[in-house]
Design a protein around this ligand. Sequence first.
Ligand code: PLP
Length: 325
Amino acid sequence: MTTVTSTKAAPAPDLSRIDPALANGAAWINGRIVPVGEASIPILDWGFTRSDVTYDVVHVWKNAFFRLDDHLDRFAASMKGLRMSLDLDRAAIAGILEEIVARAGLSASYVAMVCTRGNPAPGLPRHPASCVNRFYAFALPWVWVIPPDVQERGTHVIVAKTPRIPTECVDPTIKNYHWGDLTRALFEASDAGADNAILLDHEGFVTEGPGFNVFAIVDGTVVSPDRGALEGITRRSVLEICTELGIPNRIGPLSRADLDRADEVFFATTAGGVMPVSRVDGRIYTNDRPGPVSVRLKDRYWAKHDEGWHVTPIDYARYARPLGS
Ligand code: PLP
């Protein structure tokens, strides 16, 4: 895979040469590529029974991965943090990700790489060190964490009563499936008639939300929390774009009071980009519409994809079915 200077140069898949069974997504399980709806993992895998798993998600937009190297780096760091390892190297993982996207013929995709603990063979101690870790991957047609029409009007959110799991218990910088607190917050939000939720830590500082980093514009500076959150790769993009545009920015503490007095609030994630917020707990921001700085960052974020910023095109032709088959 090579990096190009523009997504305009990234060729699209020839959909007549795609297996229709993979059109809703493809998964890589144990060396085989299967339709995502048929993919399954062994029931004894501690990834399932103990949430003993790490993962990463990279997106494909206009036929190219975005920041693939950064996602592979974070995946490797997460595995190291959980004392996991695979007999697949970085190039092999990148190759699998490219193949599942190409075989499914996806131009825009949510691509997950997953490492589970596995489980001990019979007779071995029931200890994580006895397990042989396993790799899984899947590529889905594009997923929006917050639907485009909600982003257009501005997302309505609550500050959840459920606090974020303490960092001392589950390290949020290792991407994980410990979603108990985030799931509760999503139900709190829907019960309150809101679209989504922000979680605070036990000291009342903003952390993140179910699947995204949080930003607030406070006294002219774009601030994203320094605690309780994944070090998001979209967050990195946003801060880099702020610097490019001359907008002051920092990662630092963000209190509940800061959130209340902020001029704008927005979220960021791989599966959605920059996502403006217009209400937090009934407080209305920027005339109940996405704020001007949020929209500027959002537009620049997508424009930079077109300019080839951190993109790696997919070689669809390499994995296409033979002509006429
Ligand atoms: N926080 C959580 C809990 C997430 O699950 C995610 C992404 O899925 C993010 C933040 C955003 O991270 P990234 O921008 O790397 O996708």
